[in-house]
Every structure is written in C-alpha cells, then in structure tokens.
Design a protein around this ligand. Sequence first.
Ligand code: DOR
Length: 421
Amino acid sequence: MNILIQNGRVVDPANAIDEALDLLVSDGTIARFGKAGTIKPAGAQVVDAKGKVVVPGLLDMHVHLREPGSEYKETISTGTAAAKAGGFTSVCSMPNTNPVNDSRSVTEFILSQAQREAVARVFPIGAITKGSRGAELAEIGELYDAGCVAITDDGKPVMNGAMMRRAMEYATIFDIPVISHCEDMSLAGKGVMNEGFVSTELGLNGIPGAAEEVMVARDVALAEFVGCRLHIAHVSSAGSVRVIREAKQRGIKVTAETCPHYFSLTEEAVRGYNTLAKMNPPLRTAEDRGAIRDGLRDGTLDVIATDHAPHGMDEKSVEFDYAPFGIVGLETAVGLTLKLVNEGVLTFEGAVRALSLNPAKALTINKGTLSVGADADITIIDLDQEWVVDASQFKSKSRNTPFGGWKLKGRAMETIVGGVL
Ligand code: DOR
C-alpha cells in the first residue's frame, strides 16, 4: 500500500532536512520525497499534513511494559497503544518484569507477544544479572542472540563494581551498550524523595544527589577502563550532568538520557505527600532542573526517554513511604518536550534528535531517520494543538501521572509504524 503525506514540514535531523516536502511511503518503507504537489502516485492513501510537522518515528528507550508478570499495570498491547498515542513508533522494554528478562525464553516471549499484540515496535532490553539480583551475571550472549539491544538492571543498581566491569566486558563483545541505573544503595538508604530542605520539612527520608553521582562517576571510570559503550539512565542531578559532560569531553563512549519530569518539575511537587511525584531517582531542586535543561541544551544529555513506569492507583493511594516509585510518561512526553522548545531551551530539531535519532544511535538500531529505504516509521506532530492532560483518556492501563490538568501545546496527531497508519 502507498501513503502520500502531503503539505507537511519535514524535519529529519539525520539528513539535515527541514523544509516543506511531500513524502511517499511504499510497502512499508520511505520511497521518496518531492516538492509539494510533485508526487502523484495512483491509488495512494493521502494524509494531509498541512500545518503539521513530519518527523522520524519517535523512539522511547526506557519503558516498563510490565508484561510478563504485572499485566494489571500494563501489557505489551496497552503499553504500545500508549506509545502510539504519544507519538512513539518504537519502545525499548525494560527487563524488571516478573520473571525478569534475564534469559532467551523471556526475551522470546516478549518478542512473540509483541508480534501478536503490539501496535508499536518493541526492542527488548535484557538484564545484567540473573533476576537483577546483582549476584551472578545473566547469559548476556544468549540475550543478545535472542534480540536484546542493550543490558541493564534498571530499577536497581549493580552495586558490585567487579560485576559491572565483567558485564561491560561481555557487552563489548556484542557491541551493545550497558545502561546504568545509577544509585548507591548505601547512600539512598530508605530514602523516598530528594534529600534536602523539603524532605526535612515533610519528615521523609531523603536520597541525596550524591547517591546518583558517585555511581555515574564509577561507571564512567569503568567504561573508560573497559572501553565499553555506557548509557546513563534517567539523569536527575546537576552533579551527574557535570560528570557526564567531562566524560564526553574526554572522549569516553558515554550517552545519557533524562526524562520529562526532571526538566519539568522539582521536589516541590512532592508537597502534600503527592505519591504521583514519587519516582526513582527523585525529583530534585530548581538548580538541578536548571542543570538538566543546560545538559539538554549543550548535548551532554543526548536522549529524552520517559521511564514510563505504570502503577495501579490503589498502589499509589497509600502513605508516601509505601507507594511504589514511578510515573507513566508515554502520553505526555511530546507535549512536555515541546514546552521546552517553546521556552527556548531546545530547538525543535534538537527535540526531534533527542526523541528519535539520538536514542537510535545510542542503541545502534536503524531507526530515527526518514532516509529513503528506511522503515516507514513516522510521527506527524501538530505544534499548535492546545490540550489539557486528562489521565482518564490515556491508552495506558495506568493513570499515575503528576501532569494531570496541565495545559500543553503540541501533540502527535498521527503515528505510522512500518507504513501502517
Ligand atoms: O521510578 C522508577 N520506577 N524508577 C525505576 O528505576 C523503576 C521504575 C519502575 O519499574 O517502576
């Protein structure tokens, strides 16, 4: 089937394109571009993108799909429906499912379930250690062979430095990145929010920024030593941005992501013991948020990922200490990122890079571009649409967002995966 996307502004950072063009999709791939009105294929389905922006399909490299094991929170079906609604054509599924994705059989289950039910592409990420318990390495070669694009124990750090070193050595053999959840558990202790003035006032145990920063520094040192590709997940603190910036200047193979909540909110959102503002790492200070924005601006932080972490509202409707960490993010990420663009922190092209090309590069997967011959994974964004976040309308099974009621401008209006509208 042919699809002709007409009258849009095409923005494709990989090919330095930002102009009004028509785009023809044929049999699931990008077939050609042409000046407006110059492509006239017979029988093509026409999509009118007048006043809209046509960008490479967005890729969220940090998503908790919860299947297998916690299907009451999310499934591969509902999670990818949320992705598609939010403008993402691909997601990476984190391994902290039940059972943990630490073996070929779990990876194959995820891929076969995705084949049956997913409406966006799913790239599984395998665990670093068996059960993500930190005691014994997972079969990294087997995970790679089964289709995992990276390894991580996300949700937990790998506390043992020697274990992390060995994981990096194995990952290097397969040329896949190690994604690090940076948290020194001995410093994080029983913390449930950022350690500082607000945690003291609220009487909650704090997690200092240093709990993240010392592990970023450790893993950067190990990546340099081993020569491994390191990706730092969910960067939340100014100190982490500083360490990553310096590591990049020194040529170490490190990439890093932050999430919309870290550039949009601060620890103040926790006041009132708001469990919808509880995530790990925690929301931090205005100074940290400023540093995250600076890191996005200067490219220290390459990637915007959501850390989409669905939890049931009954689980969140408890005392702050007992609520699980995490918020959903797939359906608000584009609007929150465009807010950054409107505030002048990022250019639109920079935002598209952070949401498509850069995560694809970090994972070395062939996505994030509208090059002729590439899979027709395309997102069409309406930059002018004003909307109010209403969690009851989410495609996700879960509603745990701190952004309910926010007025946002800009939204994905069409998501095309492999040439399917
Ligand atoms: O807030 C979080 N939630 N951070 C993590 O690292 C894990 C995630 C989850 O799985 O719920």
